[in-house]
Each structure stands twice: as structure tokens, then as C-alpha cells.
Design a protein around this ligand. Structure first.
Ligand SMILES: Cc1ncc(COP(=O)(O)O)c(C=O)c1O
Length: 1008
């Protein structure tokens, strides 16, 4: 039969829809593998017309219609395609085609939406919703039967062993993977065959799942195409859905879990089904790649086949590296079962077989534990530089041992730790960078050479020198057998010598010596201690076993590695739980003012800073692109040390002679033009601007201030009065009498646009000068930031500042540069922002960056202004200029110099800006990229330059989900501000650009 003879024209299709079903509409051809499919568009709704080939199996067609009728009747909520009866009340109609052959025609309702493959991102929430829907469908089909559902079918996972005959089509390394899964499936077949069966959809692939059009929070609407339905093991339906939904994910196991969770919510999976799921997902992929290989043989030139099999192979290769038991335990967790089936049994056994510490360390006189907190937020642990100094750490442990002669410093089970600084603890997951931080063992901190004995009879199953930085060093794992189950105990950080005395397979009796604690040089570079861990499964490990897990997987690991203290039952060794976010939120609500806001839809708790990163209590590291306060990097060691050291000596007001205040003054003056030679120290940016305005009043006798639209200068009364960002914003009452606002000099979307707007905006300042004078008053000052931060990182147009300064000065006013955000090397090419514009202000206010998080700020001014300010009234500030703040400020300025951070801002800021400009080329939603050095911004707009605040908020929150902190600002909340700690390096910038590209590619960020 020639294909042409079978074809049906769109006119014929429209006619058939009308004649057979009474539906008048326009037909459009759709792709179809077997049937000829047409979309029938009508005013009232759309349909799909399916015309079969001649000689089709009518029983199969009947099966197709009955299954749709059944799910439609059983689940009236889900919009499955509905069967439209023909005019005679039948589920399908017949007609004779042009060649006189009998053909069957069916009409189904059309489901509006997009197919899964078109959805970006396919988030875990979406996969959870898919699971819910999949489970509902399985449930709906549970009592459906049809003779045609019992069939030989190559896509039925239960029948997948046919693929074994085609192994020869693959390369040897591919054969190894395929055979691994085939053999596992075959071995488990007898049990698998006993699992419950039903008719299942069997084809929830990316083009059969319909998702709503909503781009921000899409819904999974339904599943279409029941053509592959078959009677088989019920769990196969979930396996098929997983096999497709986890393609293209870095960590496919992690991607599968929400889907499984959702599925189990609407259709309860049995515990005995779950051990098979790993193999079934794999076998669906094995069928898929085998089919592709066969098709390639048939059509060697078809490159599409190569493209479609690639993701399946990528997934199979990753799946192969996942241990089946770990997958099984993860699936159990996703379904709310205890992850390791023997966890309870172990805990009960351990409670009845408790062990004293003297059995583990018989040579020790200490038999009690001293709880040692090494968690991320532990103040005992202190600064990274301190705990990384192994000898210092060791000294502190020795001091603890001396101070508590009857106790062993111990603890750490499930403790989130930040001490694993080796890159082997990091990986890239589905949501960006992640680190292993959750400690799975119990540590006992005792001197090197302390003897360690086995606490139970056992067999040596691993004995290794696990050499390397932050590894175990000497490592022994013993296997123990109880009547009901077996388990393992792990002894890490032993001396290499003692380990080599043991042999694999050697049987040890309770009380036998295993070895001695190793020293720093051989135990992975740790202060001497024993890492003692219990495992209920080895997960295929033969020479090592992880002692630390990803926080994301903590619940699974804690079941595989139960608390060793169930054996020892030592008191006060519970895990240190930091206060949960929910509780903190409630406490904030109760005790703090409502106007204090939190960042992000789901606020995060931060307990530690390190360089360009902020860490949450689980040790998750967020890349910080927001905090210009931590100017030289969070908790910079030199700054911390300067503060700690001075704090230990003296902190008092500035009425005594002390070096620190003059040292800082000299260091700061050295960065400024010679005209700005006098300093006053204060504690915050607000205080600096407050003082600056006081100086203006004293020096000029005037109180009229000219400031920028959407400018922000601080939280005090006077500062609010000159901050349009506040008084023109929510809760504000507009400009006070003596404040005069010129339009935001935004050359992209402001009053004047394009190149050369500096003169026009300066004229606006001049207009204000004139208007003040017209009222018979004089100009006090102009205050403006050199790049307007809250205004949306607005770079002042060329020539604006010098001209505006000239107008103001001519009227007798002073010029203030608010450098609270921009100063201290951040512009890159210059140290101060005003230097970008070739001007010298009369007053410069300095805040945030100077203390690297500590409240220290300053006002620099000319000798003339200072002279007039000193009118007899004393200037006293309790904290301003105290020795601690000054020590810190000096350390910050020194660090900027020694670490060449201004140069870094220029180079990496430039690199980042170029990268953002490239993104702007690719993603039209970025209207403009602007800024200097490490004070950058980009603006999100539609094609008519309308601001897109919702998309901006979406981007910020999505980036946070990828462990990158960003913030937005601007009058329309559509500008992303980038002002990271100045230690931000090229790798940080690349990571930022990489995830920006990912999120900017998502559906919600596309503008039309
Ligand atoms: C430009 C500018 N000036 C002054 C201030 C006030 O500084 P502080 O919050 O330290 O009082 C801020 C704070 O964000 C600011 O951005």
C-alpha cells in the first residue's frame, strides 16, 4: 500500500468531523506514527480526529476507546481526552476512503496546554505534581480490564529481556552497562513476577504529558496517548514516568524522588515493589536505546535517532553509578517508609546490647563524654583560619583534655560541619553547587597512640590506608552478625602501622585490639581522634565508606548509618540543633518591628561567612553577590584578628590619646584628594550623612538640600528627609520643604535618554538652585551618590556631576558625595566614586565598606568646612573612632591594598560586565547592563521598555535556589544589583554567569 493512497486531506478530515460527529470546524494535520491525526478547531473547543489505517485491529481500537471512557468516568476532574460519540452514539465511526477501503474514525476532545518537553524549568515541584497525576491515573485504571491489554509488547518493561538478543549492536563498554541491568532484572524476575498487576498507561513520556500554559507555577493537567497501555506489573507505570522525567538532570536519582513522592501520595506503593524500581527505570531505558540501535541499522543516515538516544545513554551511564540499595532506600524515604528497612531492628538490638566506652578504649581512664560542638555555627570552632590551623586546633583539644580529666571530648553524629574544605566533598547537583557536610559518625578526641578495641565480635571486611588530605588514614571496617541481620562498624583515623597488622577476613573477638589512633601526618591531617560509625549496608564500598553526607540526603544516610550512641548510650551527646527557621520567624514577629523586612520568598538563616560565601546551618554555601558591607570578604581573617586583638586590650571613646584613631585617619586621608584633609568618625552611613548635613548648615547657614530622585542616604530623621527613595515611596509624605529633588539621571529610561544627557540633567539641578533662590533662600548642598544605588545602579551621565557641582557652588552651596555604597576601591578604575567624574567634593561620607561588617563610618571634609563646623559646640560621639573600630577600619584599608582588591574589582568586575552584556544579547529581557567595577546592575524590561518586577523577583528567588544570593532595587524593582565582596574571583563570576544564563532561559523570563 502506498502511503499517498492512505493519506487523508484536511478537507476530508473536516468533512468527516461534521458528517460523522456533527462537529463543524477547520482541520489541521498533526504528526502521528500510525493513525492520521487532525486537530479540529471550532469556536466552542477543539478536538482531535484520529483516522486509522485500513485493516486495523478493531479490538485494539476498542481497547483505546474503552480505556478513555473508563478513566473519564472514574476521574471526572482530570481533563483526560474524552471520547466524543458519533451521531449514532458509537465510540467510533466507519467510512470508505477514496480507494474504497473501510477506515475507522474517532473523535476526542483536545486538551489545551503545552507538552512537558516544552516546559523550562522542569522543577521538583512540577515532578511532584506529575507524580500526583500519575498515581491518580494508575488508581483509575486499577479495575479496568480489556482482552487487548494482554499482549506481547516490546515497550512493556516486564517483557524487556528481548533486548538481550541485541547486545551485539553496542560497543563493549555499553554492553557492560546493558548487561548489568539485564542480569539484575533477570535475577530478580521470580520475585518481580509476583508483584501486583493492572492495566497501565505505560508511556508518560515528555510529549504525552500536558502542562498548563502558566509560566510561573505551571500545573500538570493530564496525560494523553493511551496507545501503549498494557496489562503488566503496576509499578512499571511509575518506572516509565521516571525514566523520562529524570532525563537531562545532573543527579537523576534526586530528580526522581519528588515524582515518586507525589505518585505515592495518590497511589500507595507497596514496600515490596520499591526494591525493583531502580531496575525497572533502567530497563525502560535499555528498551529505548536498543530500539534506537535497531532503527539506526534500518536508517543509518537518520541523525535524529542519534540525537534522541543521547540523553537516554547519558542517564543510563549515571544510573549505573548509583548503588541499587541506595536508590531503594531513597525511594523508601520518598514514600515515607523508614529508608533502611533494618534501622528499627538495629536500634532495638543496640539498646539491649549497650557498650561502655571502656570497652572501646580500655587503656583510658576517661569513661564519660564531653560534648564538643563542631557544627557550622559553633563558636568553639571559631574562625576558619583557626580550625584550619591543625596545630592550634590540636592544642585546644589538648587543653580540653587537661581541663576535663575524666571526659573524652566527643560528638558529631549528624552534625553539619564546615571543616571539610577539600574539593572531594563538593559536587554540582540539580540545583547547583553542593557540599557534603553532615557527619555520620561519632568522633572521640583522644591523643595519638590511644588503643582502640573492637566492641563486638566481627570480621575484618575493609582494612586500608585511606591516604589523602581530609581522608581517614588508617581505616578498618568490621562486619557483625546478629540473629536477624548483619551490620558494620567503621574505625577511622587509625595509625597506618596498626592497620597493616590486620588481614581481610580476619575474625576478631570482642575486646581484641584493632589498632591505635594515628597522628596528624597519617590520619588525613586531623587532630588525633577516632571516627566511629555504624552502617547497616556497605552500598558496594570495598575500600572506603563515606563519613559525611550531603544535607539533602541526610534523612537517608541517618537510616543507613544509625546513631552509634545507641550502642554507648552516653548522656548529653545529642545533636546540636540550631533553632528552626519557622521558630525564628515567629520570634521575630513577636519581638521585632514589622517594618523590618527579610529577603527572599522563603527566608534563609545564615550562621557563618567566609570570603565570597555565606553559610546556612547545614553548611550550604551561598555565593554572595549582594553584600558590599563585607567589603574585603566575609570574616576576613586579618579584619577579624584586628578586632579580636584590640577588643582584648581596650575599647573606649576617643577622649584619650590612642594610636588607632590617627592610624586610620592617616590611612583614609591617603586615599583621598589633598583637599579632603579632615575626618570625623561615626558609626554608620546614616550618622555620616547626618553629620554632613550638620556641617553644611554650620558652614553655609543654609538648610536647603538638593538630592536625587530615588536617592537613599540613611535612616535618621534628616537622612529620611533627603531620601526620595523613602519619602516618595510607600508610607512617605513627599519631599519636605527644604528638600529639592532633581529627576533620576537615568539615560536608559529616565526623563532624558541616550548619550549626552549629562547637560540636561545638570540643568535640572540648576533649575532647583534658581527656584530655591527665588524663594529668597540659599543652597545648602547637593548630595548625590556617584552611582545611584537604590535608584537601580544608575551611572551618572558624563559631565553631569562637574556641571551640577559648578551650579551649586556658584550659588554658595557645598557638594557631598555619598560613598557609603560605592567607595573604598569598589569602582575598580578609581578608589572613590566621585573620581569617576573628575570632581572633588567638599564632603565625602563613608560607611558600609570601612568596617567589613563592623559599624564604623566617617565623614571627610575640607579644612574650610571643618573650620566652620568647629563653631564652639563640641562634637562628641561615644563610639565613633573607638580603638576597636579604628583597628578594624585600618585592617580593611590595608587588606584592600595588600590583596589588590581595587584591581580585582576592575578586572573581575569588567569580566562580569562583559559577560552580562553577552547575556543581554542572548536574552532581550535584559534592557541594559550598567555600572563600574564591582558595582553593577542590569535592568529587566519588556520590548516596550516596561519594567518587569515580577520577573526580577523570580530571577532573584530562582538564583537563591541555586545557592547564589542576589538582590533587586530601583524605583520599579526591576534592577538586579551586583555588588559582591571584593574578593569575588573569576570562578565566582563564571558561576554567577552560568546560573544567570540557566534561569534567564526559563519560560517565565521570555519576553514576546
Ligand atoms: C547611599 C547610602 N547612604 C547612606 C546609607 C545609610 O547607611 P547605614 O545603613 O550604615 O546607616 C545607605 C544604606 O544603605 C546608603 O545606601
Amino acid at each position: 500500500m502506498i502511503y499517498k493512497d492512505l493519506q487523508i486531506s484536511t478537507q476530508q478530515a473536516s468533512k468527516l468531523a461534521l458528517e460523522k460527529f456533527g462537529i463543524a470546524g477547520k482541520a489541521a494535520l498533526l504528526p502521528g506514527e500510525v493513525d492520521f491525526n487532525f486537530k479540529i478547531n471550532t469556536q466552542k473547543g477543539n478536538y482531535i480526529l484520529k483516522i486509522s489505517r485500513p485493516g486495523v485491529d478493531t479490538a485494539y481500537l476498542d481497547f483505546q476507546q474503552k480505556i478513555l471512557l473508563h478513566v473519564g468516568d472514574t476521574d471526572k476532574v482530570t481533563p483526560y481526552p474524552r471520547v466524543v460519540m458519533d451521531l449514532e452514539g458509537n465510540a467510533m465511526a466507519k467510512f470508505k476512503d477514496a480507494s474504497g477501503r473501510e477506515r475507522f474514525v474517532r473523535l476526542l476532545t483536545w486538551v489545551e496546554g503545552r507538552v512537558w518537553s516544552q516546559v523550562n524549568p522542569q522543577t521538583s515541584v512540577l515532578r511532584y505534581k506529575l507524580g500526583i497525576l500519575g498515581g491518580k491515573l494508575t488508581q483509575a485504571l486499577l479495575d479496568f480490564s480489556h482482552p487487548s491489554a494482554h499482549r506481547d509488547f516490546e515497550w512493556d518493561v516486564a517483557q524487556s529481556l528481548w533486548t538481550q538478543q541485541y547486545l551485539h549492536l553496542f560497543q563493549p563498554e555499553e554492553q557492560e552497562i546493558l548487561a548489568y541491568f539485564q542480569n539484575r532484572f533477570q535475577k530478580n524476575l521470580p520475585i518481580y513476577n509476583t508483584l501486583r498487576k493492572s492495566v497501565v498507561h505505560n508511556d508518560a513520556n515528555d510529549n504525552n504529558i500536558i502542562v498548563s500554559h502558566g509560566l510561573k507555577d505551571p500545573q500538570v493537567k493530564t496525560v494523553i496517548d493511551f496507545g501503549d497501555a498494557v496489562h503488566t506489573q503496576t509499578i512499571n507505570d511509575l518506572a516509565v514516568a521516571c525514566a523520562y522525567a529524570i532525563l537531562h538532570h545532573k543527579n537523576p536519582l534526586d530528580a526522581a524522588l519528588p515524582l515518586i513522592s507525589g505518585y505515592h501520595q495518590s497511589f500507595s506503593l507497596w514496600e515490596e515493589e520499591l526494591p525493583h524500581l531502580y531496575d525497572l527505570i533502567a530497563m525502560r531505558l535499555v528498551i529505548s536505546v536498543t530500539k534506537s540501535a535497531m532503527n539506526k541499522l534500518k536508517e543509518p543516515g537518520n541523525t535524529y535517532l542519534l540525537i534522541s538516544e543521547k540523553p537516554a545513554w547519558q542517564l543510563l551511564k549515571k544510573w549505573y553509578t548509583i548503588h541499587p540499595d541506595f536508590a531503594h532506600f531513597s525511594f523508601r524515604k520518598a514514600c515515607g517508609y523508614q529508608p533502611h528497612p533494618e534501622q528499627k531492628a538495629f536500634e532495638q538490638w543496640a539498646q539491649q546490647n549497650s557498650i561502655g566506652l571502656s570497652e572501646l578504649f580500655p587503656s583510658e581512664i576517661r569513661h564519660k563524654a564531653y560534648p564538643l560542638d563542631l557544627s557550622v555555627s559553633s563558636t568553639w570552632l571559631g574562625h576558619q583560619q583557626d580550625f584550619e590551623d591543625i596545630h592550634y586546633f590540636n592544642y585546644r583539644i589538648e587543653r580540653l583534655l587537661q581541663k576535663h580529666p575524666d571526659r573524652i571530648p566527643a560528638g558529631g553524629y549528624l552534625e553539619p560541619r564546615t571543616v571539610y574544605t577539600s574539593p572531594t566533598y563538593d559536587q554540582i547537583g540539580n540545583q547547583g553547587r553542593e557540599s557534603r557536610t553532615i557527619h555520620l559518625g561519632l568522633d572521640f578526641w583522644l591523643p595519638e597512640d590511644t588503643a582502640v578495641h573492637t566492641v563486638l565480635d566481627g570480621e575484618v571486611i575493609i582494612v586500608e590506608n585511606d591516604a589523602g588530605y581530609k581522608e581517614y588514614g588508617g581505616l578498618v571496617v568490621l562486619k557483625h552478625q546478629t540473629k536477624a541481620f548483619e551490620f558494620y562498624t567503621l574505625y577511622g583515623h587509625l595509625s597506618v602501622q596498626s592497620v597493616t597488622n590486620l588481614k581481610l577476613g580476619q575474625k576478631l573477638k570482642k575486646g581484641d585490639r584493632i589498632g591505635y589512633l594515628g597522628n596528624i601526618t597519617e590520619n588525613g591531617n586531623w587532630s588525633p581522634h577516632l571516627h566511629f560509625q555504624v552502617m547497616l549496608s556497605l552500598l558496594g564500598n570495598k575500600t572506603d565508606f563515606p563519613g559525611v553526607a550531603y544535607a539533602r540526603e541526610a534523612d537517608i544516610w541517618k537510616s543507613i548509618c544509625p546513631d552509634p550512641n545507641t550502642l554507648f548510650q552516653l548522656k548529653n551527646l545529642g545533636t546540636t540543633n540550631s533553632i528552626a527557621n519557622k521558630e525564628l520567624l515567629a520570634q521575630r514577629k513577636k519581638h521585632l518591628g514589622k517594618s523590618l523586612s527579610l529577603s527572599y520568598n522563603e527566608p534563609i538563616k545564615i550562621v557563618r561567612g567566609a570570603g565570597a560565601y555565606l553559610l546556612d546551618p547545614y553548611g550550604n554555601k551561598y555565593l554572595d553577590t549582594v553584600n558590599n558591607v563585607a567589603h574585603v570578604g566575609h570574616e576576613h581573617p586579618a579584619v577579624v584578628k584586628a578586632g579580636q586583638e584590640q577588643m582584648a586590650l581596650l575599647n573606649t571613646n576617643s577622649r584619650y590619646l590612642h594610636e588607632n584613631i590617627v592610624t586610620l585617619a592617616q590611612a583614609l586621608i591617603a586615599t583621598l584628594p589633598k583637599e579632603l584633609s579632615i575626618l570625623h568618625f561615626v558609626n554608620s552611613g546614616s550618622e555620616a550623612n547626618e553629620l554632613a548635613i550638620r556641617m553644611v548648615k554650620a558652614a553655609t547657614g543654609q538648610k536647603d538640600i538638593i538630592a536625587s530622585e530615588v536617592g537613599y542616604h540613611g535612616n535618621s530623621n534628616t537622612c529620611i528627609d533627603i531620601s526620595s527613595y523613602k519619602f516618595d515611596g510607600k508610607g512617605g509624605n513627599g519631599a519636605p520643604e527644604h528638600t529639592h529633588i532633581f529627576p533620576l539621571p537615568d539615560a536608559f529610561r529616565g526623563k532624558y535618554r541616550g548619550a549626552d544627557t549629562g547637560g540636561q540633567y545638570a540643568q535640572e539641578v540648576q533649575k532647583l538652585v534658581k527656584s530655591i533662590q527665588k524663594q529668597g533662600r540659599g543652597v545648602g548642598a547637593l548630595i548625590v551618590e556617584p552611582i545611584i544605588s537604590c535608584g537601580g545602579q544608575i551611572e551618572l551621565p558624563k559631565g553631569f556631576l562637574s556641571q551640577a557641582y559648578a551650579y551649586v557652588r556658584k550659588a554658595g552651596g557645598l557638594c557631598i558625595s555619598d560613598e557609603v555604597q560605592v567607595g573604598c576601591g569598589r569602582p575598580g578604575t578609581t578608589f572613590w566614586g566621585f573620581q569617576l567624574h573628575g570632581v572633588v567634593p567638599d564632603i565625602v561620607t563613608i560607611g558600609k565598606p570601612l568596617g567589613n561588617g563592623h559599624p564604623v563610618a566617617a565623614v571627610a571634609c575640607t579644612a574650610n568646612v571643618a573650620e566652620k563646623f568647629a563653631n564652639g559646640m563640641e562634637y562628641f560621639n561615644t563610639f565613633g573612632g573607638n580603638p576597636v573600630s579604628c583597628a578594624i577600619g585600618t585592617a580593611v584599608l590595608k587588606t584592600i591594598r595588600t590583596e589588590k582588591l581595587q584591581q580585582n574589582a576592575k578586572e573581575i568586575g569588567g569580566f562580569l560586565k562583559r559577560g552580562l552584556q553577552q547575556l543581554a544579547q542572548k536574552f532581550p529581557i535584559i534592557g541594559e547592563v550598567r555600572g563600574e567595577g564591582f558595582f553593577l546592575g542590569f535592568e529587566l524590561v519588556d520590548t516596550s521598555l516596561r519594567p518587569l518586577p515580577d520577573q526580577t523577583e523570580y530571577l532573584v528567588n530562582r538564583m537563591k535556589e541555586h545557592f547564589i544570593l542576589m538582590s533587586s532595587d530601583g524605583p520599579d524593582h526591576n534592577v538586579i544589583k551586583i555588588k559582591p565582596p571584593m574578593v569575588f574571583n573569576k570562578a565566582n563570576a563564571e558561576e554567577l554567569l552560568c546560573y544567570l544564563e540557566k534561569i534567564l532561559g526559563e519560560d517565565y523570563m521570555q519576553i514576546r
